[in-house]
Design a binder for this molecule. Structure first.
Ligand SMILES: Cc1cc2nc3c(=O)[nH]c(=O)nc-3n(C[C@H](O)[C@H](O)[C@H](O)COP(=O)(O)O)c2cc1C
Length: 213
């Protein structure tokens, strides 16, 4: 199979230096709000890249659940998963948001660390019961012999927590990314896309530069 003829022109918008908010978090919020108002499916889904202790990269999608200048970009996962082991080993990640209907992507690089269990608990308690039970059920990233194993564990957890009070598992919680760079990308015709990168400087200011597409 070749996909040589599968191509689209990107002509929905443009991005100019004067359009950019000096603060990348405000710029990110602005684009996220636009993505939300277009009713894109899961605009908060990001492709999270990690590198394991031997330097091997891997990626997967996770959902951004909160972001702010003070707390960074927060998402939740199993602390014994592949990604968690990689993040705990290196403390570094990259993330990509792809919003094709807007012909936009955002690339973020930064450091990552676990959030406090009090913060994780706050989010965990806001989740629907089924999702809380799901966290207890799945040994994320481990090999399992069958689907049935998962389903019997699910029933076991349902019985175990039948009073409806499901505590935060100690193997589950949030991570916060503290960005060192944000790149905002807008597709343009003839593959001459607009790209601007914000890089965090030692004096904590953000340097904004245009990149070639
Ligand atoms: C749209 C979407 C959202 C997802 N959100 C999460 C999430 O927030 N947290 C999570 O741990 N996994 C999430 N997953 C599952 C992950 O992509 C991945 O399969 C899982 O976390 C195991 O990854 P790992 O083995 O690399 O650690 C999501 C998958 C999709 C497709």
């Amino acid at each position: 199979m070749d996909l040589f003829d599968r191509r689209k022109e990107y002509a929905r918008g443009r991005l100019e230096r004067e359009d950019l908010n000096p603060c990348p978090y405000a710029q990110f919020e602005n684009w996220m709000q636009q993505a939300e108002s277009c009713e894109l499916e899961e605009p908060n889904a990001m492709c999270l890249a990690t590198v394991d202790a031997s330097g091997h990269p891997s990626t997967r999608i996770v959902l951004l659940k909160q972001f702010s200048k003070s707390n960074g970009l927060v998402f939740f996962t199993n602390y014994e998963s592949c990604k968690a082991k990689a993040m705990d080993a290196t403390g570094k990640v990259a993330a990509n948001f792809l919003w094709l209907p807007l012909q936009r992507q955002i690339n973020i690089t930064g450091t990552v660390a676990r959030i406090s269990s009090a913060q994780s608990l706050k989010y965990f308690l806001s989740r629907p019961l089924a999702n809380r039970l799901g966290a207890w059920t799945s040994p994320q990233s481990k090999v399992i012999s069958s689907r049935q194993l998962l389903e019997s564990k699910w029933h076991e957890m349902k019985r175990k927590f039948s009073n409806g009070s499901v505590p935060l598992p100690d193997f589950w919680g949030g991570y916060a990314i503290q960005p060192k760079s944000f790149e905002f990308w807008q597709g343009r015709p003839s593959r001459l896309h607009d790209r601007f990168i914000y890089r965090l400087q030692e004096n904590s200011n953000w340097l904004i530069e245009r990149l070639a597409p």
